[in-house]
Each structure stands twice: as structure tokens, then as C-alpha cells.
Ligand binder design. Structure first.
Ligand code: MLT
Length: 421
């Protein structure tokens, strides 16, 4: 007789997923917003929560992609799989020239891997690192993806009530330390740094970044440097790339994205730099370069970004494209200024928003981050991101994104002043 269905053997799951606390931050926000709008369908919400761009793509990118679509319709110019999923040479050459060599950084096209996003790359990089062996350091608050993917990979223990996972070194960044992480007191192997920072909007100065590079060289640690927001740097003394620091090629991977500068959040294109000189240690103690490991992973698990999209990304480096990207970034930075100054006028402590598209504020009246979220939603019809969603040290803070239309930002400032003033 057949066994009843509930007794058949089932595939075993990755139990690490059961350790994840609550949902990923942004789905949790959507859940609350959905519940609110179901109850109040007329509410005209302004969303300054997720850092998603709102303005149309640069015209140069549109024209290049349109042209690429036409090429795909003609036998002679049609493209199928790429020879190598690392990305087309013409795009990687433009990246190396404009984003690195122009800033004096020694990065070659061959060290650049074009991908569909920095979120995926910062997550997937764990594929080429040992599981359960590395001591991981993150700032607190932090972009949740860095932590959650380490939980999924089995690099952590369980979470405590504050949401901190055992085995992870958290480096608090608060107003008290000027949002600058202190070097860890116990040695760590892998360090995630994001500058300009999501969520605090703070950017690491050359001196501070150099301290991290020195630390990594001394302790033979790997820095995973997320520079997705580098286009928003307005202070000329702040490095755009970690490779502007001497010695970084031996200790750092850098992640870059077209999402926030050229507005590609829905278009999808990014890249990761793995210098040839960067190495890790194998179980037998030998030193192994990371570049061939990542190349192997990339070619096995990924078929590359589409030709059409890579042409669009390439166009962001044309002179028209660069001008249009500067205008887009300038538009969002002006939004950031309006938000920052509007909040300061009502006595709120505001950080970020100068070299980053994020405003990080202290919740008024000592409210918890989620209580302030609910108050803004209910009384102001405004959606932001609770600081505690980015980590325990983010409690009592709140993030606003400057990615929105001017009209919405102006209205948001008025509503904010009404509700929180
Ligand atoms: C955010 O709001 O933090 C962004 O959406 C991050 C991202 O680009 O994934």
C-alpha cells in the first residue's frame, strides 16, 4: 500500500534560513503600507522608504538601447550568448578608463565583472569564501543584505532579541562616533564597508579608509567595499574608489552599480572589481587568487547581462551620458538638501544627504524607529525606513530617501513639519 502523502520523504532544507529574523526589511515595510492603504484607500502616500530612483533614464542610454534593440532584429548584428559572461570588452574598457584610471586607480578591464546588481554580487561573493571559517564584521546599522546572506550561508549563530547574530562582529556607527566604525578589537577576516553609506549617508574620508586598508593588510583580512553611491560624493577630498588608497588592490573587492547614478534600478546593470593581486587562504594553507574563483563562479552560474542593457550602460560614459548622469544625481542631491534643511528647520538632528542620497535623522521625542514610522504613516501619509531595521544601533534613527519627484519631496517636507514639528 502507498504511504499517505504526508509521510513521503521530503528534501531537507537549508536550516540557516530559519534563523533569519522577521522578513527582509523592505517587504516588512510594504506589508505595513499595504495594510494601511487597504484601510485607507484614499490616502495619498509619499514614499521615501526604499532607495529606488524615480526619474527617467538618461536620453543617451535610451538611444543606445534603442539602437541595440534594432541590431538584435538583424541577422548580421544579432547577438546570442556572450563568449564570456564577464561582460563585453567595450563596456569593461569604458569602466576601467572612466571610473578608475581617470582617478589614478590601477584597475584593468580584465578585473571587472559586469553583473545584474550589487545586491546579488555582495551576496554571491560568499560562494568563493569558506563557510563557517571567517570572522565577519559589519557596521551597525548596515545594509541588511550583508548580514542576511551570511546567515543564509551558515556563517552565523542564532539572533538575540535585538536581532544581532552570534558570531558576527558589529561595529556601531552612531552620531557619537560621527558614523565612523572603529577598527575591531578582535581580529576579523571579512569586513563589509559601504561608502557613501546606506543607510547613514556618511562617507569615509581618505584617512579613515586608509586605516581600514592598513588594518586589512596587517590582519590579512578581505574588505568588501560597496561603492554603489559614489556618484553622490560632492566633497572632492572623499575617495570614490577604495583603490584610490595605496595597497587596497591586495585586500579589497569593490562593488559598483548603474542603479543609482544612471537610474538603472529597473534596468539592471552593475559590476564588481576583483584585482588579480587579491588572494585568500585555501584549507591546505596555500594562498589562492580570488579572481579565477569568481570568474569560474560567474561563468557557471550566470549568463551575463543582456547586450541591450550593456549598450545602455556604456552610453552612460559618453559625453552626453555623463552630463545627463550628473544632472540626475544633482537632481536627487537637491532633493536631499530640501529634506535636510526642512527637517533642520523644525529642530530635528539630521545627518547624511550631502555625499549620499540618504538622510539619516534622530527620531523626535525619543520615539522608537518603528513608532515613528507608524506616526509618519498615519498622521503624515509619509513612508520612510525605520533605523532599527538596519540594526540595533539604528534604533532611534530613521532614514529618508531623496529618490523622488521634486513635487513629492516638497510636499513631504511640509507634511513632515506638520507631523513632527
Ligand atoms: C535601499 O533602500 O536601501 C535600497 O533599495 C538598497 C538597494 O539598492 O538594494
Amino acid at each position: 500500500m502507498n504511504e499517505p502523502a504526508e509521510h513521503v520523504n521530503m528534501a531537507s532544507i537549508n536550516d540557516n534560513y530559519l534563523k533569519l529574523t522577521a522578513g527582509y526589511l523592505f517587504p516588512e515595510i510594504s506589508r505595513r503600507v499595504k495594510a494601511f492603504t487597504a484601510a485607507q484607500p484614499e490616502a495619498n502616500l509619499i514614499r521615501l522608504g526604499i532607495g529606488d530612483v524615480t526619474e527617467p533614464l538618461p536620453q543617451a542610454c535610451i538611444e543606445a538601447m534603442t539602437q541595440a534593440v534594432s541590431e538584435m532584429g538583424v541577422r548580421e548584428t544579432f547577438r546570442g550568448y556572450m563568449d564570456d559572461s564577464q561582460g563585453y570588452d567595450w563596456l569593461r574598457e569604458k569602466i576601467a578608463e572612466n571610473d578608475f584610471r581617470a582617478r589614478g586607480c590601477d584597475v584593468s578591464a580584465d578585473e571587472i565583472f559586469v553583473s545584474d546588481g550589487s545586491k546579488s554580487d555582495t551576496a554571491n561573493v560568499l560562494d568563493i569564501l569558506a563557510t563557517g571559517e571567517n570572522r565577519i564584521a559589519v557596521t551597525d546599522p548596515v545594509y541588511p543584505v550583508y548580514v542576511d546572506t551570511n546567515v543564509m550561508a551558515g556563517n552565523t549563530g542564532d539572533a538575540d532579541e535585538s536581532g544581532k547574530y552570534a558570531g558576527v562582529t558589529y561595529l556601531p556607527v552612531t552620531a557619537e562616533n560621527d558614523f565612523t566604525p572603529a577598527l575591531p578589537s578582535d581580529p576579523v577576516d571579512v569586513i563589509y564597508l559601504c561608502s557613501p553609506n546606506n543607510p547613514t549617508g556618511a562617507a569615509l574620508s581618505r584617512e579613515k579608509l586608509a586605516k581600514w586598508v592598513d588594518y586589512a593588510r596587517e590582519h590579512r583580512s578581505l574588505i568588501l567595499f560597496d561603492a554603489a553611491y559614489e556618484a553622490f560624493i560632492t566633497d572632492a577630498s572623499i575617495p570614490h574608489s577604495i583603490y584610490e588608497i595605496d595597497g587596497a588592490r591586495d585586500v579589497a573587492i569593490e562593488f559598483r552599480s548603474f542603479s543609482k547614478n544612471a537610474g538603472f534600478t529597473g534596468t539592471r546593470c552593475a559590476y564588481t572589481v576583483i584585482p588579480r593581486s587579491l588572494a585568500g587562504t585555501a584549507a591546505d594553507g596555500t594562498e589562492q587568487p580570488l579572481h579565477p574563483l569568481w570568474a569560474r563562479r560567474h561563468n557557471t552560474k550566470f549568463n551575463g547581462v543582456s547586450y541591450i542593457i550593456q549598450r545602455g550602460a556604456e552610453a552612460a560614459y559618453s559625453s552626453d551620458g555623463q552630463q545627463q548622469v550628473r544632472e540626475l544625481v544633482g537632481f536627487y542631491l537637491e532633493n536631499a538638501r530640501l529634506l535636510r534643511e526642512g527637517l533642520q528647520q523644525i529642530g530635528i538632528d539630521v545627518y547624511g544627504g550631502v555625499n549620499a542620497p540618504y538622510i539619516w535623522l534622530k527620531t523626535p521625542g525619543g520615539l522608537s524607529s518603528w513608532d515613528f514610522f507608524d506616526r509618519l504613516l498615519e498622521a503624515g501619509r509619509l513612508v520612510g525606513t525605520p533605523g532599527s531595521g538596519f540594526g540595533a544601533a539604528g534604533e532611534g534613527y530613521f532614514r529618508l530617501s531623496a529618490f523622488n519627484s521634486r513635487k513629492n519631496v516638497e510636499q513631504a517636507v511640509e507634511r513632515f513639519q506638520r507631523v513632527a514639528g
